[in-house]
Design a protein around this ligand. Structure first.
Ligand SMILES: Cc1ncc(C[n+]2csc(CCOP(=O)(O)OP(=O)(O)O)c2C)c(N)n1
Ligand SMILES: [Mg+2]
Length: 246
């Protein structure tokens, strides 16, 4: 690592351990957790002192990771990493990690099997990432339900019509992806309640709602704040306690 990283290396992703020592710890932790961890470089672009790398990562969690015992879970995700090079070494790093809401919900459901996880989504969001339904169903978490509030519009970007307005049936897509139960609800929401609170999943419900233009209430964009708020809501006071060293 000393060969590749500058002594005063700056990590700009606040979710990663900082500096060169932090990067060393992080890599050691990943290799201890995933013996087959591997990154396949898809593309490299360079200009001036900057390099951008698109990478597809994969691995099996066959060792302890972030306080979790070995799970055998397979991970697969892609990143775009931006590096600034100085004197032949990496001086700074920025990245964008694709972490779609359903990936978060799936990870949560797998990590918390004794609790039920409800992922709330929109018709537009689902249509933009329809493959995620297949990913969730193949993992098969019994405690996960996805509910799409289907106004047949891309509401957030100005109420353009989505394909559900032309009859695309999201529940049928979920059924085809092998969700355990998948329904569309219009007036009667009792069956939705059943899927959310009782029936073994993975479950899916499209809930048809009116296409009213409501005032937008957007969440803050501060990733650190969102993560801390999420962990606190999920874990209570233990959110602030570091996991014991494996
Ligand atoms: C892949 C991708 N393309 C475009 C966008 C821009 N975008 C943000 S919200 C949104 C509409 C979401 O519609 P929907 O999920 O139906 O939510 P609604 O506002 O209707 O409740 C779009 C197109 C995005 N976030 N991701
Ligand atoms: Mg919508």
């Amino acid at each position: 690592m000393d060969r590749f990283l500058a002594t005063d290396f700056i990590e700009h992703n606040p979710n990663l351990p900082q500096g060169r020592d932090g990067r060393k710890q992080f890599v050691a932790a990943v290799l201890a957790g995933f013996s087959d961890y591997r990154g396949e470089i898809v593309e490299i672009l360079a200009e001036g002192d900057k390099v951008v790398v698109r990478t597809q990562w994969s691995g099996t969690q066959d060792g302890p990771f972030l306080g979790l015992p070995p799970s055998g879970n397979k991970v697969r995700f892609s990143t775009a990493d931006f590096f600034r090079i100085e004197g032949g070494k990496v001086a700074e790093h920025w990245d964008v990690v694709d972490s779609l809401p359903r990936a978060i919900a799936l990870g949560l459901a797998i990590a918390q099997p004794q609790r039920r996880t409800l992922a709330l989504s929109g018709d537009g969001d689902l249509l933009m990432g329809v493959g995620s339904l297949a990913t969730v169903a193949v993992q098969g978490p019994r405690n996960l339900v996805i509910v799409a509030l289907d106004n047949e519009r891309y509401g957030e970007t100005g109420m353009q019509r989505t394909h559900t307005a032309d009859g695309v049936d999201l529940a049928a897509v979920a059924t085809a992806c092998k969700f355990k139960h998948a329904i569309t609800a219009t007036a009667d929401v009792a069956p939705v309640r059943e899927l959310v609170y009782r029936a073994a999943g993975p479950n899916f419900a499209a809930v048809k709602v009116a296409d009213e233009k409501l005032p937008l209430v957007l969440p803050p964009h501060d990733g650190v704040l969102l993560k801390a708020r999420f962990r606190r809501a999920l874990l209570g006071d233990s959110a602030d306690v570091l996991p014991e060293k494996p």
